[in-house]
Design a protein around this ligand. Structure first.
Ligand SMILES: NC(=O)c1ccc[n+]([C@@H]2O[C@H](COP(=O)([O-])OP(=O)(O)OC[C@H]3O[C@@H](n4cnc5c(N)ncnc54)[C@H](OP(=O)(O)O)[C@@H]3O)[C@@H](O)[C@H]2O)c1
Length: 285
C-alpha cells in the first residue's frame, strides 16, 4: 500500500482521503483551514506538516491558484503532484511548467463524479501528463475511480472534463426550463420525468434520435444533411419555444442564446442544412 498526501479537504478532497484510507493506503492530509483535517485524523490519517509533505500529492481545491498558494515556494524535487481541481486547460499547462521548475511532475485530472461517487463502480477520472509517471501511481489512484488516460498534454484532462460538463450543465438547465414551463400549465415534474428520461436515453442511442453519434459522424465528415429537418425549420421552432417561455412568465437567457446561435447559422446561409451545421458557427465566432 502506498503513501499519499491529500491537499485540499473540501467535500471532494475529504471523500478522497477517506476512500484512500478505507483502501488501506497511508494517508496524510493538509488543508488551508487546518480544522478540516480533524475528522480524517480521527480515522487514521496523518496531519501533514505542509502541503508539500509527501512524495505523491493528490490535490483537490477550488482552482490552481489555491495550489500555488498552498505550495508556496516549496521545492518539489522528485515529487508527483496529481491535481484534480478545476481551471482552464491553459492554466493547467502553466501549472505543469511551474511544478517542473520546482523539480516535480504534474499529472492533471478531471474527476467525473461528485463526492458520493468517489470509489464507487462507474466512477472515472480523465488524466493527462507523462504516462509513465501516471502508470506508477495508477494503482493508488484507482481507489478513487477508474483511471482514464487521455494524453500527454496537461491541458487535455481538463478539456475532456469541461466537454462533459458543458453537456451536463446545458442539458440539465434546459431540463429545468422544460419543467418550469410545464409547471405553469399545472403539469408536475414527476409527470414529465418519464418523457425527459426517454429523451436523455434516446440521444445516446443508436436510433433515429441518437444525436450524440449522428452529430459526431457529421462533424467528422464535415457534412450536415438537412434532409427532412432543416436548421431553418428549427431556428423558427426555437423562436416559438422562447416566446412560449416568455408568455409563461419565465426567464429566457439560455434558450434565447440558442435561438441567436441558430439564427446566425441560418443567416450565414446554411439553413437548408441540418442542426449539426451550428457547429460551424461555434467554430467561427
Ligand atoms: N463537488 C463536486 O461535486 C465536484 C465534482 C467534480 C469535481 N469537482 C472539483 O473538485 C475541486 C474541489 O471541489 P470541492 O467541491 O471539494 O470544493 P471547493 O469549494 O471547490 O474547494 C474547496 C477547497 O479549496 C480550498 N481552497 C480554496 N481557496 C484556497 C486557497 N487560496 N488556498 C488554499 N486552499 C484553498 C479550500 O480550503 P479551505 O477549507 O481552507 O477553504 C478547500 O479545501 C473543485 O475544483 C471542483 O470543481 C467537484
Amino acid at each position: 500500500m502506498s503513501q499519499v498526501t491529500v491537499v485540499g479537504l473540501g467535500p471532494m478532497g475529504s471523500k478522497m482521503a477517506e476512500t484512500l484510507l478505507a483502501s488501506g493506503h497511508q494517508v496524510a492530509v493538509w488543508n488551508r483551514t487546518a480544522s478540516k483535517a480533524a475528522p480524517l485524523v480521527a480515522k487514521g490519517a496523518r496531519q501533514a506538516e505542509s502541503a508539500a509533505d509527501g512524495e505523491l500529492l493528490v490535490v483537490s481545491q477550488i482552482s490552481y491558484q489555491a495550489m500555488y498558494d498552498s505550495l508556496g515556494d516549496a521545492r518539489l524535487d522528485g515529487k508527483v503532484v496529481v491535481n484534480l481541481s478545476s481551471d482552464t486547460p491553459e492554466a493547467l499547462r502553466g501549472a505543469a511548467r511551474w511544478v517542473q521548475e520546482r523539480g516535480g511532475t504534474l499529472i492533471t485530472a478531471g474527476i467525473m463524479v461528485p463526492p458520493p461517487g468517489i470509489g464507487q463502480p462507474g466512477a472515472y477520472t480523465f488524466y493527462s501528463g507523462p504516462k509513465e509517471v501516471l502508470d506508477r501511481h495508477a494503482g493508488t489512484l484507482e481507489a478513487l475511480s477508474e483511471v482514464t488516460y487521455v494524453g500527454p498534454d496537461q491541458g487535455l484532462a481538463m478539456m475532456y472534463y469541461q466537454a462533459q460538463l458543458l453537456i451536463f450543465w446545458s442539458s440539465l438547465t434546459s431540463y429545468m426550463h422544460a419543467m418550469a414551463m410545464l409547471r405553469t400549465a399545472g403539469t408536475s415534474p414527476m409527470e414529465f420525468l418519464p418523457f425527459a428520461r426517454d429523451l436523455f436515453t434516446q440521444l445516446g442511442s443508436e436510433g433515429p434520435m441518437g444525436y450524440a453519434k449522428i452529430l459526431a459522424q457529421e462533424f467528422e465528415a464535415g457534412e450536415y444533411p438537412g434532409g427532412e429537418n432543416s436548421l431553418h425549420m428549427q431556428a423558427v421552432g426555437i423562436g416559438h419555444a422562447v416566446a412560449a417561455l416568455a408568455d409563461a412568465g419565465l426567464e429566457t437567457t439560455m434558450p434565447g442564446a440558442l435561438k441567436a446561435l441558430f439564427e446566425r447559422a441560418d443567416a450565414e446561409g446554411r439553413g437548408h442544412e441540418g442542426l449539426g451545421t451550428v457547429i460551424e458557427s461555434i467554430r467561427k465566432p
